[in-house]
Design a protein around this ligand. Structure first.
Ligand code: FAD
Ligand code: NAD
Length: 473
């Protein structure tokens, strides 16, 4: 009889966990995946990447019809009305198809789905929904959940103070949506509801939106969102949210506290019929029984691993949002492939220096590698920027906002980072990531033939600016 029930047990079926399970099965291992949710796919497919993009796409089409964009192409429409129930339904249809797709892939690859919450008994024994299961190797891929704001109670059912899950499921368009947190979720979901007719105010603690992104990009993004009608309250903190019936009253003040001598003059009240709390996410480790296997967390509540995703406990591995690094689905997926390969005795590879990030607003905002600020700390750099206004395709499509910025090592001209604001920045950044993965110099990109007319030519022109001059500006 086999010593263990399974070779590999993966806890969590998000992009990290389901990918690890499938890859391990492809490599000939006997695999189970424990998931407590009703459907597979984790945060990303159920309440994250996929439903948010379905609403972003639908709301963008609606906005194009009502804000004069269609008219600018010579398309006349009659009165345009929103059927929010139908827009929500097409979102649910996409989610259902994709989560069902993972179930199909599990069956195809003979991965057993163990339904229920998993908790360690010891390093090789896990109880899942009450039943004990043993495995030679266990991968923790439990993901993350919304970081609560102390003193603020989220109630997604009531729909007044919501987190991202609630904001994805609103049944009516808010009149005034206040978003707490000017990060990725706040700007994506703020964009959805602004396009559908809400007044949107974003309250951000820091002096700029989108922490972690390049400084130029953060400044330009703020200009664009303001132009679109979002009110931005930067360097501002929320000190309280009081809910009465369907109205929330927020108290806000300067992030550093009211200025000396101003008394309460700097303190302001905002009223809203919907408040979205989007101040970050934290790893899911509660109830996992980590104390039973002696696995400690770092100061940020994350599980630390080596480059091979081994934790400090032999036979226990961890990937995705529960470990340090950007909380992104593609990062979790790549770690899923790599951990399975390490478990199977191969060498898995994830280059954490080249993980693209995309904000799916309009225009999209994307980056890979170092920001200009971080690159300058490491040594002398050359920076080149090319505006989308000078790109023929963007101009033809009436998409003048944004730029591509290339940051290169001053001596070798090797590309260290690429940042981009453009309608299709999310697709454009893939080329930059591939170039950086191959150690490209700006010249390599500049001398690669790019199809005309494409937005991607803006990357080529920005790269040309590192060693010489772009042609079209
Ligand atoms: P998760 O996807 O969180 O999956 C973990 C799974 O483990 C969950 O299903 C959970 O139910 C299960 N689980 C937890 N504990 C247990 C347990 N003890 N037993 C059994 N099961 C358990 N990222 C992008 O790259 N692009 C995007 O466009 C994007 N959009 C997003 C939009 C929103 C609104 C949100 C909230 C997130 C978004 N993200 C996006 C982030 C992305 O969803 C996460 O980075 C990604 O899902 C992390 O994958 P994971 O596998 O580590 O964890
Ligand atoms: P975030 O870290 O992107 O942004 C949170 C923002 O809230 C920050 O700007 C922070 O300064 C601000 N903040 C923190 N405390 C505050 C306070 N008390 N008052 C006002 N502002 C405050 O987090 P998020 O937007 O919640 O997203 C969570 C994670 O989900 C991110 O790590 C992101 O990578 C991931 N995600 C990715 C995508 C994508 O890839 N397109 C989309 C959505 C979410």
């Amino acid at each position: 009889m086999a010593e263990y029930d399974y070779d590999v047990l993966v806890i969590g079926a998000g992009p990290g966990g389901y990918v690890a399970a499938i890859r391990a099965a492809q490599l000939g291992l006997k695999v189970a995946c424990a998931e407590s949710r009703e459907t597979l796919g984790g945060t990303c497919l159920n309440v994250g990447c996929i439903p948010s993009k379905a609403l972003l796409h639908g709301s963008e089409k609606f906005a194009e019809a009502v804000d004069g964009t269609f008219a600018s192409y010579g398309i006349k429409t009659g009165p345009v009305t929103l059927d929010l129930a139908a827009m929500q339904q097409q979102k649910l249809d996409s989610v259902k198809q994709l989560t069902g797709g993972i179930e199909f892939l599990f069956k195809k690859n003979k991965v057993t789905w163990l339904k229920g919450y998993a908790a360690f008994e010891d390093a090789h024994t896990v109880s899942v929904g009450g039943a004990k299961v043993t495995a030679k190797d266990v991968v923790i891929a439990t993901g993350s959940s919304v970081t609560p704001l102390p003193g603020v109670t989220v109630d997604n059912d009531a729909g007044v103070v919501v987190d991202s899950t609630g904001a994805l499921a609103l049944e009516r368009v808010p009149e005034h949506l206040v978003v707490i947190g000017g990060g990725v979720i706040g700007l994506e979901l703020g964009s959805v509801w602004r396009r559908l007719g809400a007044k949107v105010t974003v309250v951000e603690f820091l002096d700029q939106l989108l922490p972690g992104m390049d400084g130029d990009v953060r400044k330009e993004a703020a200009k664009i969102f303001k132009k679109q009608g979002m009110e931005l309250k930067l360097s501002t903190k929320v000190t309280g949210v009081a809910v009465k019936g369907k109205t929330a009253t927020l108290t806000v003040e300067p992030a550093g506290g009211p200025s000396t001598g101003s008394g309460r003059a700097d303190v302001e009240e905002l009223t809203a019929d919907c408040v979205l709390v989007a101040i970050g996410r934290r790893p899911n480790v509660d109830g996992l029984g980590l104390e039973k296997i002696g696995l400690e967390l770092n100061k940020r509540g994350q599980i630390e691993t080596g480059h091979d995703f081994r934790t400090s406990v032999p036979g226990v591995w961890a990937i995705g949002d529960v470990i340090p690094g950007p909380m992104l689905a593609h990062k979790a997926e790549d770690e899923g492939v790599a951990v399975a390969e390490f478990i199977a005795g191969q060498t898995g590879i994830v280059n954490h220096n080249v993980i693209p990030g995309v904000v799916y607003t309009f225009p999209e905002i994307a980056g890979v590698g170092l920001t200009e600020e971080a690159a300058k700390e490491a040594g002398p750099v050359k920076v080149s920027k090319f505006p989308m206004l000078a790109n023929s395709r963007a101009k033809t499509n009436h998409e003048p906002d944004g730029f591509v910025k290339v940051i290169a090592d001053a001596k070798t001209e090797r590309v260290l980072g690429v940042w981009c604001i453009a309608s299709v920045a999310g697709s454009m950044i893939a080329e930059a990531a591939l170039a950086m993965e191959f150690g490209a110099t700006a010249e390599d990109i500049a001398y690669t033939c790019h199809a005309h007319p494409t937005h991607a030519e803006a990357l080529k022109e920005a790269a040309m600016g590192i060693g010489g001059k772009p042609i079209h500006i």
